[in-house]
Design a protein around this ligand. Structure first.
Ligand code: ADP
Ligand code: MG
Length: 225
């Protein structure tokens, strides 16, 4: 079998707020293999976003090791993490996180420009991806002129602009109505197959989870397979 593309070894995460310490993640262990679609479910506050942020290298573990595509994320500085994250990982959030002052195509181009891709190449790739998610007619719109489903399509195109191997999605349909949820989920499925992505997706919906290759449960900072 292939090597895992994501490995989490004995990872714990503590947050300190003055005197109060919160344990967000307790001794988590996880291997995800290339091409797997994994759903992460569990009640609010159990540590799902924390785990995603650690795997994304947005936050660092208090203890333990995290390897992403062979890189020791627990041991790298922020600059290296930002560069690797930009190349390997696409991230999708519940509230889309588009930049309001940038147009649709500019939002999608931004990660590529930040990674040093030249303007015309970034623009070409962004147009192709926006066609792929059905938004060719919205290139010059601004986020506030779009529906929730359209904003999440833009966010998906943005997540794919650097041809990542991994998509981390944190409740990507949590802010959408049920019909739009269906459409976004089938779009995610299509993109995962087409670009041979590894997917780790936080979701509250058991329905959604059932369509994944694997379901991970979390409770009180503990991870269960
Ligand atoms: P979930 O995504 O499952 O709802 P989170 O990973 O966001 O849960 O949070 C797990 C726990 O860690 C919660 O108790 C939350 O309040 C706490 N937490 C998360 N981020 C921080 C932070 N930056 N500072 C302090 N506590 C945090
Ligand atoms: Mg969360």
């Amino acid at each position: 079998m292939n090597n895992p593309i994501i490995t989490v070894r004995n990872v714990s995460k503590y947050y300190k707020n003055g005197e109060v310490q919160t344990v967000a993640l307790r001794e988590a262990n996880l291997d995800i293999y290339p091409g797997q679609s994994v759903a992460l479910v569990g009640p609010s506050g159990c540590g799902k976003s924390t785990l995603l942020h650690l795997i994304a290298g947005i936050d660092s573990p208090s203890q333990g090791e995290i390897y992403v595509d062979g890189h020791p994320f627990h041991a790298l500085n922020e600059e290296k993490l930002a560069r690797l994250r930009g190349q390997i990982i696409g991230i999708v959030f519940q509230f889309f996180n588009l930049l309001p002052t940038l147009s649709v195509i500019e939002n999608v181009m931004l990660p590529a420009l930040l990674q040093g891709v030249v303007d015309h190449a970034a623009s070409k790739a962004a147009k192709e991806l926006l066609a792929e998610v059905g938004l060719s007619h919205r290139l010059s719109h601004y986020p506030h002129q779009l529906s929730g489903g359209e904003m999440q399509r833009v966010a998906l195109a943005r997540a794919l602009i650097m041809k990542p191997k991994i998509i981390l999605a944190d409740e990507p349909t949590g802010n959408l109505d049920s019909e739009t949820t269906e459409r976004i989920l089938s779009l995610i499925k299509k993109l995962v197959l087409e670009y041979q992505l590894t997917l780790l997706m936080v979701t509250h919906s058991l329905e959604v989870a059932k369509s994944a290759d694997r379901i991970l449960n979390m409770k009180d900072g503990r991870l269960f397979s």
